[in-house]
Design a protein around this ligand. Structure first.
Ligand code: BES
Ligand code: ZN
Ligand code: ZN
Length: 505
């Protein structure tokens, strides 16, 4: 048994809401087109004066000469005597919508974090953000854009952004509340990113569960962790089979946020495979390289319930994170094994690399006992979904179109891309087994939908349910862009919080 180990989580910049940029050394302003004329946005008169005395010209002319562009998310840096002015393109319209703002602020803070890494920056975001929605977008963009997972090293790296001040002419209570919401949501996304980025020798079921318990201790939720003995006793045959091959034993974490007076019960279920080797259906080396990300669904539900509790939303939310490591050993489960899942249904395992659906099925079966109004599961479930929708878009499959639309609306408000896929009868029939109640997989085609058809068998009939396959967007193997960092993305957290907000009553 390893010594108790605390997982290192990224220290985030201090954020504040203020009517002025204060002592910030880096000040982000915008440039947009008013007709054909580039116009600066968010430049206070003292900054304008400072620039005129340094350069003898108007800021807008200096900015253009130094390469500032109206094009969305283009960033130019202008040094003045006392501070740096960071000019970000906001596009062709001076009336900027929240999503444009969020992306632009993210591009600007990422650029600042990359300038002289190691030097702590004090940043002000001055983009004429006065409405509640704009302030929320600005703080989300700032925290998410500045995030980068620091190398695990003997040398500790100072956080790149020390503080971020969101400048707003209004600090009315609705604006303050939106600022707090943006901060809580973006901070939760950053914790999810950290968990995803931590390698599987550090983050495994035991340490993941303990890290979740510690972090969630800061909000009003009840956390229960089932260890391998408790899982055995209750008959969680899917989680135990998948986790059986590893010395790091599986866990099921249940988090309950039950504010008084809540009328609606939302249950979230996340896939928490801390490493997916493929088991006896071993993955080829290159595909295994990113498989520390296979717990992104669990990270998303835990982060979402933290944010929901911190915001004090009036909705009962229960989150399950199903944690196991899919490895090979004499105790590992085999292709052709028949497993008895939670609740008694039996499954013929057709492929030990289709492990995610097994840990999810156990948790979905358990979730029925909570008598939820809606169940949402989220998982890096299938390579087939990445083939179908590419690396940026997540798949959505649901019990009915009304439920699908609810999730799609929440996702759109959050700015995360999803696309609905069907679950057809033919694919359902493909799961028939000769030796068990169901097979874990079907034919060669439509893998994302086959997985959904399998999962749906474990959700009580009549319960609204949606399945989110985030195998594509969970982990970014390319360069960071906009809100999306390199590595763990924390995809889905913002959609889940947005959905809870829409459902609260
Ligand atoms: N964790 C993988 C899915 C995945 C692929 C996530 C790429 C992120 C990026 C999952 O457990 C898996 O291996 N699924 C198999 C299912 C198949 C064996 C039925 C797949 O998609 O190939
Ligand atoms: Zn797998
Ligand atoms: Zn997997």
């Amino acid at each position: 048994m390893p010594a108790p180990f605390t997982l290192p989580l990224t220290k985030l910049p201090v954020v504040e809401l203020s009517k002025s940029p204060g002592k910030a050394g880096d000040i982000i302003v915008g440039i947009a087109a008013a007709g054909d004329v580039p116009t600066l946005i968010g430049v206070a008169s003292d900054l304008e004066k400072e620039v005129r005395s340094a350069f003898g010209r108007d800021l807008v002319d200096v900015a253009r000469d130094l390469g500032a562009k109206v094009a969305a998310n283009h960033v130019a840096v202008l040094p003045t005597a006392t501070r740096r002015v960071v000019v970000v393109g906001l596009g062709e319209d001076v009336d900027v919508d929240p999503e444009t703002l969020r992306q632009a602020v993210a591009a600007a803070t990422r650029k600042i974090a990359e300038l002289e890494p190691g030097a702590p920056h004090r940043v002000a975001v001055s983009l004429d953000t006065t409405s509640a929605d704009a302030v929320k977008a600005a703080v989300e963009g700032a925290l998410l854009g500045a995030y980068a997972f620091a190398p695990l090293s003997a040398e500790t790296e100072a956080s790149k952004l020390e503080s971020v001040t969101i400048v707003s002419a209004s600090t009315a209570s609705d604006v303050k509340a939106a600022f707090e919401a943006g901060r809580a949501i973006a901070s939760a996304v950053c914790v999810a990113r950290d968990w995803i980025n931590l390698p599987a020798n550090l983050l495994f079921p035991e340490t993941f569960a303990e890290s979740a318990r510690t972090w969630l201790g800061g909000v009003k939720v009840k956390v229960d962790v089932l260890d391998e003995r408790a899982l055995e006793k209750a008959g969680f045959g899917g989680i135990l089979a998948v986790g059986g091959g590893s010395d790091h034993k599986p866990r099921l974490v249940r988090v309950d946020y039950a504010p008084r007076g809540a009328k609606y019960h939302l249950v979230l279920v996340g896939k928490g495979i801390t490493f997916d080797s493929g088991g006896y259906n071993l993955k080829p080396g290159p595909s295994m390289m990113t498989m520390k990300c296979d717990m992104s669904g669990a990270a998303a539900v835990l982060a979402a319930v933290h944010a929901i509790a911190e915001l004090g939303l009036s909705i009962h939310v229960t989150a399950y994170a199903s944690m196991a490591e899919n490895l090979i050993s004499g105790a590992a489960y085999r292709p052709s094994d028949v497993l008895t899942m939670y609740g008694g249904r039996t499954v013929e395992n057709v492929n030990s690399d289709a492990e995610g659906r097994l840990v999810m099925a156990d948790a979905l079966a358990r979730a029925n006992e909570d008598e939820p109004d809606l169940v949402i599961d989220i998982a890096t479930l299938t390579g087939a979904c990445v083939v179908a929708l590419g690396p940026e878009v997540a798949g959505l499959m649901a019990s009915d179109d009304e439920t699908a639309d609810r999730v799609l609306d929440a996702a759109e408000a959050a700015g995360e891309p999803f696309w609905q896929l069907p679950i057809t009868e033919k694919l359902r029939k493909g799961l028939k087994s000769k030796v068990a109640d169901t097979k874990s997989g079907g034919g060669r085609f439509g893998g994302a939908m086959v997985a959904a058809a399998f999962l749906q068998q474990f959700v009580d009939e009549g319960t609204d349910w949606a399945h989110l396959d985030i195998a594509g967007p969970a982990f970014n193997e390319e360069s960071p862009e906009g809100l999306v960092p390199a590595g763990g993305v924390g995809f889905g957290v913002r959609t889940l919080v947005s959905l809870a907000k829409a459902l609260q009553g």
